[in-house]
Design a protein around this ligand. Structure first.
Ligand SMILES: *[C@@H]1O[C@H](CO)[C@@H](O)[C@H](O)[C@H]1NC(C)=O
Ligand SMILES: *[C@@H]1O[C@H](CO)[C@@H](O)[C@H](O)[C@H]1NC(C)=O
Ligand SMILES: *[C@@H]1O[C@H](CO)[C@@H](O)[C@H](O)[C@H]1NC(C)=O
Length: 408
């Protein structure tokens, strides 16, 4: 017990979060990028080009198919929504062919469904796809987004020299604040700094609600795996900075697309919960398997992600091609994920002394273990001296919830 208290006291980020009252738990929603990228061709591909129709259809489905009720409330536009030029007053404008009603009307529609609208811009001279950047226009753009009643800004970092990047991210945060509208501020600040120097996360947390550290995710196991590898190799530098109001962002959930096997989708869902990550799905809600939908809407896993203690998990150990991750939860509970990273063979058994989980206190003197993924089942009550044996599919994960029996 004493050890636990010491851990909690030392682990609390002594770091102030951006003071806008938002993202007290990691933001959840849908973001178009990974699935729809920069498809501008509404003639050939009317159903998958970046257009107001796409977002209105997703908004309808987010409500009718239970996504909103599961917590996915932010419907977010990524790059490629803009017209190639600003208007005569220097304001950004939506592409008039693809967004004939404009962003304000789209925001009204999204709000009428009880959802929130996210938009995208860039700190530099151009967006990554070459649309107008916000450099030199930070105040105008912040005010434009507020006038449109936008609820989240993803601010990218392409076409920005190192001299202006940190300044620009900070400036935009203050400009958004000055509009008086509550807007979640999603940054890529550390990702663009890492090639040059170690970002100052104390500062990033003061200005951003979440921040990307690593490259864009794509629809492949290789990409999910490299995101996990980056996170575990850098966990000493980033984990303590996550907490209510500010989160490390490992990028979108690609569950429900083409590239991940079922076991790999389970791994992404489980580990994004362990990492206290914002959950932005990028998939096609019009065409998604019931299995992927059930995984994304899993209440028990979402409850871990939203746990009020608000502490990010970390990789505890890697041995024999099994990675064990754990995350402290409220009420002295823990989430534990075991990934079989061996990409050959079949399901493998892995044993671990329960005394080594949860910093030695999770099962002291005993604990109740429930498996949440890949399927929910009671595992049983374990004594501190016992060991836990799990069978894990290649590239799959077993996600457990561990509760101290003395607390139940
Ligand atoms: C702006 O910042 C102040 C001071 O940090 C804070 O009290 C206020 O709630 C913020 N306003 C918005 C709209 O974020
Ligand atoms: C934008 O381009 C101008 C002109 O080339 C340059 O002076 C400025 O530093 C650039 N801004 C950023 C943020 O890179
Ligand atoms: C990081 O930023 C904080 C807040 O602005 C500042 O107090 C601190 O000195 C900075 N740390 C480094 C290493 O520059």
């Amino acid at each position: 017990m004493l050890r636990f208290l010491v851990l909690v006291l030392c682990g609390v980020p002594g770091v102030r979060a951006l003071d806008n009252g938002l993202a007290m738990t990691p933001t959840m929603g849908w973001l178009h990028w990974e699935r729809f990228v920069c498809n501008l061709d509404c003639q050939e591909e009317p159903d998958s080009c970046i257009s107001e129709q796409l977002f209105m259809q997703m908004a309808d489905l987010m409500v009718s198919d239970g996504w909103k009720d599961s917590g996915y409330t932010y419907l977010c536009i990524d790059d490629c929504w803009m017209a190639p030029e600003r208007d005569s007053k220097g304001r950004l404008q939506a592409d008039p062919q693809r967004f004939p009603g404009g962003i304000r009307r789209l925001a009204n529609y999204v709000h009428s469904k009880g959802l929130k609208l996210g938009i995208y811009a860039d700190v530099g001279n151009k967006t990554c796809e070459g649309f107008p950047g916000s450099f030199g226009y930070y105040d105008i753009d912040a005010q434009t987004f507020a006038d449109w009643e936008v609820d989240l800004l993803k601010f990218d970092g392409c076409f920005c020299d190192m001299e202006h990047l940190v300044y620009g991210y900070k400036y935009m945060s203050l400009a958004l604040n000055r509009t008086g509208r509550s807007i979640v501020y999603s940054c890529e600040w550390p990702f663009y700094l890492w090639p040059y120097y170690k970002p100052n996360y104390t500062e990033i947390r003061q200005y951003c609600n979440h921040w990307r550290n690593f490259a864009d995710i794509s629809d492949s196991w290789q990409s999910v795996k490299s995101t996990l590898d980056w996170t575990s190799s850098n966990q000493d530098k980033i984990v303590d900075f996550a907490g209510p109001g500010g989160w490390n962002d490992p990028d979108m959930l690609v569950i429900g697309n083409f590239g991940l096997s079922w076991d790999q989708q389970v791994t992404q869902m489980a580990l994004w919960a362990i990492m206290a990550a914002p959950l932005f799905m990028s998939n096609d809600l019009r065409h998604i398997s019931p299995q992927a939908k059930a995984l994304l809407q899993d209440k028990d896993v979402i409850a871990i992600k939203k746990d009020v203690l608000g502490k990010q998990g970390y990789r505890l150990r890697k041995e024999d091609n099994v990675e064990v991750w754990e995350r402290p939860l409220s009420n002295l509970a823990w989430a534990v994920a075991m990934i079989n990273v061996l990409e050959i063979g079949g399901p493998r058994s892995y044993s671990i002394p329960v005394a080594s989980l949860g910093r030695g206190v999770a099962c002291n003197p005993a604990c109740l273990i429930t498996q949440l993924l890949p399927v929910k089942r009671k595992v049983g009550v374990y004594q501190w001296t016992s060991s836990l044996k799990m069978r894990i599919n290649p590239t799959g994960t077993v996600l457990l919830r561990i509760e101290e029996t003395s607390y139940l």
